[in-house]
Design a protein around this ligand. Structure first.
Ligand code: URP
Ligand code: ZN
Ligand code: ZN
Ligand code: ZN
Length: 467
């Protein structure tokens, strides 16, 4: 039996257009758009009508960077796929691409199977996987080809965290050469981890143990240096490159230079770098630990370069790098030694809202909001046009967004499984009202109507953003 819904009277915003239109959804997909008030719109009929007058109708968010249940520093990220994707739905994100982890000495397949087992049957919204490659060798290089064929088309490597996820330049070059052949996209954590470890050791020897020293040893120049090196290695390999969680203005400059040379080099930043700073890392009584992530928060001056990069398309994507650790019992593992604070911050629930606030504040336009949060991540990671837009044939992953509602972010009201909010007390104009995932209401007028197991694994094609 076919099920039809019409969303009437809203302003439909995509990366390319803003039109007052009614949207017909049939069997989980967008079937038609018709200009509101016209006979064509009047002819759209359905069992269910959602009134979106005065609201925005936008594509569901695509968060291309999450870490549900990620093992790190002797503990695990606090959100499971169940709690984390439910929080994503509350925040208007209808697709997450999470990072499966290869542990050293094991195969990519084992890591991927383990992540499928964690996610399957548990997700509220659709999900895909990137693969973290921690151990480049002849076997893993061959496995990369197989993963690309089955829809895991991007691979994260780390120039940081020696002894854990770290790859040296030779391993990185080999993986990039493979990606150049099989169409995979290398995603790079660009920080010079070897140099950082020296500075960590020296800081701790001086008795500098507070969270703020995490920001001081992980220097902007060491992010820029690694970004430069990754770009040149990718150029030598003839492979595209996507640099994750860019926070330093010097790193943005490296991306800008490479893009001006015409290279297929892309950059992602995250809300924490746009809205928070080293001031937060310096909060007293160990509160700064809440803001420990890598790359680290930077002095406020860096934010202007990030906003500029988002406007000039030197940065293309805003993802969350959602990797929550509770203050109590998890962040506290690093009391007396900042290097033992698990790295990562919660954020999957608030990306769409924080970026709407950026529209209100005049940093970006409405269409750019949808481009960096929905359309480009979908294209970058091979999910477009099924995800990331509202067009006939696309999955009906749609958010009815109230641009005038006022909200205050708080751990008391958020839905992530973590005991603090990095944005506690922040006022935001705009709020997610109703969320459809493949036509099914997962949030209805701010009441949760979703279910565990609705979200399905979504294999991806190769990058659709190459020039
Ligand atoms: O601090 C962070 N970003 N934790 C998650 C792992 C990573 O490097 O993305
Ligand atoms: Zn094994
Ligand atoms: Zn990283
Ligand atoms: Zn990450």
């Amino acid at each position: 039996m076919s099920s039809r819904t019409v969303i009437r009277g809203g302003l439909v915003i995509t990366a390319s257009d803003e039109i007052h239109a009614d949207v017909l959804i049939e069997d989980g997909r967008v079937a038609a758009l018709a200009a509101s008030g016209t006979p064509a719109a009047g002819a759209l009929s359905a069992e269910r009508v959602i009134d979106a007058s005065g609201k925005y109708v936008i594509p569901g968010g695509v968060d291309g960077h999450t870490h549900m249940e990620m093992p790190f520093g002797g503990t695990y990220a606090a959100d499971t796929f169940e709690t984390g994707t439910r929080a994503a739905a509350w925040g208007g994100t209808t697709t997450v691409v999470d990072f499966a982890v290869q542990s050293v000495g094991h195969s990519l397949r084992e890591g991927l199977d383990a992540w499928h087992a964690k996610a399957e049957g548990n997700c509220a919204v659709d999900y895909g996987f990137h693969m973290i490659v921690s151990d480049v060798n002849q076997d893993t290089l061959k496995e990369m080809d197989l993963l690309v064929e089955e829809g895991v088309t991007s691979f994260k490597q780390f120039m940081a965290y020696p002894g854990v996820f770290y790859s040296d330049d030779g391993q990185i070059l080999r993986a990039m050469q493979r990606a150049a052949e099989n169409g995979g996209l290398i995603m790079m954590h660009a920080e010079n981890g070897i140099a950082i470890d020296v500075l960590v050791e020296q800081a701790l020897a001086r008795g500098e143990t507070d969270p703020r020293y995490h920001g001081e040893v992980r220097k902007a120049l060491l992010e820029a240096e690694a970004t430069h090196r990754a770009i040149r290695l990718a150029q030598v390999a003839g492979a595209p490159l996507y640099v994750v969680h860019v926070s330093a203005q010097e790193a943005v400059a490296e991306l800008t230079r490479a893009r001006d040379e015409g290279l297929n080099v892309f950059g992602e930043t995250c809300p924490q770098y746009l809205f928070l700073s080293t001031d937060n890392l310096a909060e007293p009584d160990f509160e700064g630990a809440k803001y420990v992530c890598s790359t680290p928060l930077r002095p406020r001056e860096h934010q202007a370069a990030l906003w500029r990069g988002l406007r000039t398309n030197d940065l293309q994507v805003v993802s969350t790098d959602h990797c929550p650790f509770c203050f109590s019992g998890q962040k506290e593992l690093g009391r007396g030694d900042f290097s033992k604070i698990p790295n990562g911050m919660p954020g999957v629930e608030h990306r769409m809202d924080l970026l709407h606030q950026a529209v209100v504040d005049g940093h970006i336009s409405r269409r750019r909001w949808i481009e960096i949060a929905c359309a480009t991540p979908a294209r970058m990671f091979g999910l477009y046009p099924r995800k990331g837009t509202i067009a006939p044939g696309a999955d009906a992953d749609i958010v009815v967004y109230d641009p005038h509602a006022e909200q205050v972010v708080s751990a008391e009201t958020h839905h992530m499984n973590v005991d603090y909010s990095a944005y506690e007390g922040k006022r935001i104009t705009g709020r997610v009202e109703t969320v459809l995932s493949r036509g099914e209401a997962v949030l209805t007028d701010r009441e949760y109507t979703g279910r565990k197991g609705h979200g399905v694994y979504t294999p991806r094609s190769t990058c659709q953003y190459l020039s």
